[in-house]
Design a protein around this ligand. Structure first.
Ligand code: NAI
Ligand SMILES: C[C@H](O)[C@@H]1OC(=O)[C@H](O)[C@@H]1O
Length: 260
């Protein structure tokens, strides 16, 4: 097991990629605190999505906790760390994964949508990374931080002009934090998922032509599944990646390189 005895905070852990990160980490021996936001768990009764994840983790014999809130609030980031330390005694790893991607055209994009997307995807990643890094420094035993950036850090999309800059920013945050935190033995890396079938893009991918267009661009011939990303995050959080920091790991089935 790659994370035996470790404690992990996963933001956006109630659904999609974050759920996969949380469950795969538990499968590898970690105790997990998931952060989630009810407002973003559309279609679920308050807390139901998170409760499903906690139940799944507990069947694996690991401890599992959840705390609802908004990563864009720095006080919530501190509360997550306090809860994890209170319950698990320490924080060994962070998967900074929470994010939103409401597709919208550029010319009529309202300022508040841009502000909200930046606040959650970039500022939220900053606040949680900073709060966890402070705790890791206090612990004096290093740690691992993995942010969910995106292939959108490298390429654009007409309906994501408010979103792609936040994903580029998340990876850049990891690069700078890798330098700032290296002296404390804290590693910071990004995963860059391609098109992963989750609630985030369920509507977008319900268009058969759009889905077929994407699948044709993927050499492995299929959309990604959340576990495809979860396993890569477990690797980067584990000692298998002990000499990896400031890196970006594309998890896209080959989509990015398939341009000719
Ligand atoms: N699905 C995809 O194709 C791709 C997704 N990503 C990134 O992966 C991450 C996860 O995306 P998905 O699992 O697809 O999304 P999702 O919509 O399935 O799940 C999002 C999770 O984030 C949480 N969340 C949303 N806003 C929050 C906030 N303000 N505070 C706390 N928690 C919040 C939700 O409660 C939920 O647990 C995002 O950062 C997204 O940008 C990157 C590349 C591709
Ligand atoms: C939600 C989108 O389908 C997904 O999110 C990303 O970051 C990828 O670039 C895809 O556009």
């Amino acid at each position: 097991m790659l994370l035996k005895g470790k404690s992990l905070i996963v933001t956006g852990g109630s659904r999609g990629i974050g759920r996969a990160i949380a469950v795969q980490a538990a499968r590898h021996g970690a105790d997990v605190l998931i952060a989630y936001r009810h407002e973003s768990d559309a279609g679920y009764q308050r807390g139901d999505a998170a409760r499903e994840v906690l139940a799944e983790i507990r069947t694996l014999g690991r401890r599992a906790l959840a705390l609802e809130g908004n990563v864009a609030d720095p006080d919530y980031a501190s509360a997550l760390v306090e809860y994890a330390v209170q319950s698990f005694g320490r924080v060994d790893a962070l998967a900074s994964n929470a994010g939103v991607c409401p597709f919208h055209s550029f010319l009529d994009l309202p300022p508040q949508l841009l502000r909200d997307t930046v606040d959650i995807n970039l500022n939220g990643a900053f606040f949680v990374t900073q709060a966890v890094a402070r705790q890791m420094q206090r612990q004096g035993q290093g740690g691992a931080i993995v942010a969910t950036s995106s292939i959108s850090a490298l390429v654009g999309d007409a309906m994501q002009t408010h979103y792609t800059p936040t994903k580029a920013g998340v990876h850049s945050l990891m690069q700078s934090c890798a330098i700032a935190l290296g002296p404390y033995g804290i590693r910071c890396n990004s995963v860059l998922p391609g098109a992963i079938a989750t609630d985030l893009n369920r509507q977008h991918l319900s268009d058969a032509d759009q889905r077929s267009h994407l699948e044709k661009r993927i050499p492995l011939g299929r959309l990604g599944q959340p576990d495809d990303v979860g396993d890569c995050v477990v690797f980067l959080a584990s000692d298998m990646a002990r000499y990896v920091t400031g890196a970006a790991l594309l998890v896209d089935g080959g989509m990015f390189v398939n341009l000719q």
